[in-house]
Design a protein around this ligand. Structure first.
Ligand SMILES: [Zn+2]
Length: 334
């Protein structure tokens, strides 16, 4: 899930959501004016150091966490590594550093996370906040529930992709289907499989979007269609990227934002929207037939069941919660 500060967030959720997201009670003194609310419920421990805010600064991040232990050097390096890998995949100039740096807030409890992102993000595992002024990104912030092992594999790559795409499309509108569809390609294989299941259910019930309807959505659809929206967006992006490549795909998206889909499709791919829809549906049907025939999942999940996320094995749990709380929330849509 991505929020565009002072525009869509205010329009969709009202001023209260912004207050909840950015300027709730409690200030991190000395952290460049960044304001984060604090839970008053963290219990103190007489045997250990009292929990406090920790911050680590890298080339592209300011990483914040609250607890009795700070961010490990390995974790900070892994965040940079993942950003570099995603930037190299999608951007022509991958070496361009973020200015301002991205505030990455690692929450040690579900309550802390929910307090920061507000009611709209309560069902998510991570969220991104972007602000733009005059074609420049002026705020980058990612909030992550760092309460479960593997949080980095399941959420960070997705949210980093949103931030990178905001750079690429700072001057042109980025359609929601592209923003989410591309970000899902950085999700774990298991999460991508669940998005495909959502799409298959929608197709079986004939609840899917018409292609032109999906690509011209201005904002997220109503909540009951989120599963279809995420699943179909991911499938269409994956299809176009596999067929034509990452950067040509983003060039096509930029051309479509300027000249419309019909003209951009004809120029880039020699396709009409109707033909693209026909070919995409055939591709989805062929993939489904392949799964049934071969008994092999397309998502590439290893038969040993071990996730092959982008940071697998590189990152250790970095937040030491003052009070350990089980994370019972699940979220497919981020
Ligand atoms: Zn997202």
């Amino acid at each position: 899930m991505i929020f565009l500060l002072l525009k869509s967030l205010r329009e969709r959720f009202g001023k209260a959501a912004i207050v909840s997201g950015l300027v709730a009670a409690g200030t991190l003194g000395g952290f460049d004016g960044m304001t984060v609310s604090r839970a008053a419920t963290h219990a103190s421990c007489s045997q250990c150091s009292p929990p406090t805010w920790h911050v680590v600064e890298t080339a592209n991040f300011k990483i914040y966490c609250y607890g009795t232990a700070g961010v490990s050097p390995e974790t900070a390096a892994a965040c940079e590594s993942l950003r570099s890998k995603l930037a190299a995949r999608w951007l022509a100039d991958a070496r361009q550093a973020w200015s301002p740096k991205c505030n990455l807030v690692l929450h040690a409890s579900d309550d802390d996370y929910a307090r920061e992102v507000g009611a709209a993000g309560r069902s998510t595992a991570a969220s991104t906040l972007i602000d733009r002024t005059a074609g420049q990104v002026t705020l980058r912030r990612i909030d992550v529930k760092a309460t479960r092992p593997g949080w980095h594999e399941g959420a960070l790559g997705h949210e980093l992709t949103h931030v990178l795409l905001a750079d690429r499309f700072a001057r042109h509108a980025l359609p929601r289907w592209v923003d989410e569809g591309v970000a899902i390609l950085a999700d774990t294989s298991d999460k991508q499989r669940r998005h495909r299941q959502d799409l298959e259910q929608a197709l079986a019930a004939r609840r899917e979007f018409r292609l032109i309807e999906l690509v011209t959505l201005i904002d997220y659809p109503e909540a009951q269609r989120w599963g279809t929206f995420y699943g179909q967006s991911a499938s269409l992006v994956e299809y176009l990227v596999e067929r034509f490549g990452e950067r040509p795909f983003l060039d096509f998206v930029e051309a479509a934002s300027q000249h419309g889909y019909e003209r951009a499709l004809t120029t880039a791919y020699r396709l009409s929207t109707a033909e693209l829809e026909r070919q995409w549906r055939a591709h989805v049907a062929a993939a489904r037939d392949g799964i049934v025939r071969d008994g092999i999942a397309r998502d590439g999940i290893a038969r040993d069941g071990i996730a092959r996320g982008p940071l697998a094995g590189q990152v250790t749990m970095l937040v030491q919660p003052a009070v350990a709380r089980p994370n019972t929330g699940t979220a497919v849509a981020n």
